[in-house]
Design a protein around this ligand. Structure first.
Ligand SMILES: CC(C)(COP(=O)(O)OP(=O)(O)OC[C@H]1O[C@@H](n2cnc3c(N)ncnc32)[C@H](O)[C@@H]1OP(=O)(O)O)[C@@H](O)C(=O)NCCC(=O)NCCS
Length: 187
């Protein structure tokens, strides 16, 4: 296993390249995605994808973020970009990171996030010295909660009105996986 490329049965996860920018803008410029994420810009304007992708290398070098493009592993040379997943705000002091992900809407409901999440968690616990990986989906996003539960995360509690998104308070559910417990699941 390497940090730069991850495989699952249907997916090929790799670092972003500047050539992905147009697809990122096209697919991420979707309110149905943005409303469930804390920081994805909406509308997603020209130049934002380029700046975001250009930031990845320094974030990776600083050890604070690892971000992968999710591509469909169809056949060699034909890998359609369909989303993003990352370990964010990695704290070396606390050995903790936040997991975030989104998929292009035409690809929802096909099990792809359920494949990508355990692959990234495995890297977080086996390749990075993380003890805790957490995610905080909004209560109104049960699909994400389901993915996290299936991926071995435990619900720890609800942060009532824990975040304001597009002028509306959101209740967040704190889900977390701990290294030893998660590895013992053998997912
Ligand atoms: C959340 C998101 C990543 C899901 O991706 P996906 O590839 O469609 O997810 P999967 O197909 O792997 O799994 C979805 C699971 O949620 C379940 N689900 C879907 N809608 C649901 C609902 N309203 N209530 C409960 N479960 C639901 C599905 O049945 C499936 O579970 P199953 O495999 O047990 O049947 C995608 O919808 C997305 O990108 N949303 C916008 C961004 C986002 O919410 N990111 C996560 C922020 S924490």
């Amino acid at each position: 296993m390497s940090l730069s490329i991850l495989h699952t049965p249907s997916l090929y996860l790799r670092h972003f390249q500047l050539e992905d920018a147009l697809n990122v803008q096209r697919l991420a410029n979707n309110y149905n995605i943005a409303k469930n994420l804390a920081t994805l810009p909406h509308p997603y304007l020209d130049g934002m994808a380029e700046s975001w992708i250009e930031s990845h290398e320094s974030l990776r070098k600083a050890g604070t973020h690892h971000i992968w493009a999710i591509t469909l592993n169809k056949k060699e040379g034909d890998k359609e970009f369909i989303g993003a997943i990352g370990l964010h705000d990695i704290s070396a002091e606390h050995a903790a990171a936040e997991l975030g992900y989104w998929l292009a809407e035409p690809h929802w409901g096909k099990g792809f996030a359920s494949e990508a999440v355990p692959a990234v968690v495995r890297v977080g616990f086996q390749e990075l010295p993380l003890e805790r990986i957490f995610a905080t989906p909004f209560v109104q996003n049960p699909a994400s909660g389901r993915i996290l539960q299936k991926s071995g995360f435990l619900k720890e509690g609800v942060l009532r009105r824990g975040f304001k998104r597009f002028d509306e308070f959101q209740d967040l559910i704190m889900y977390a996986a701990l290294r030893d417990e998660w590895l013992a699941l053998g997912l």
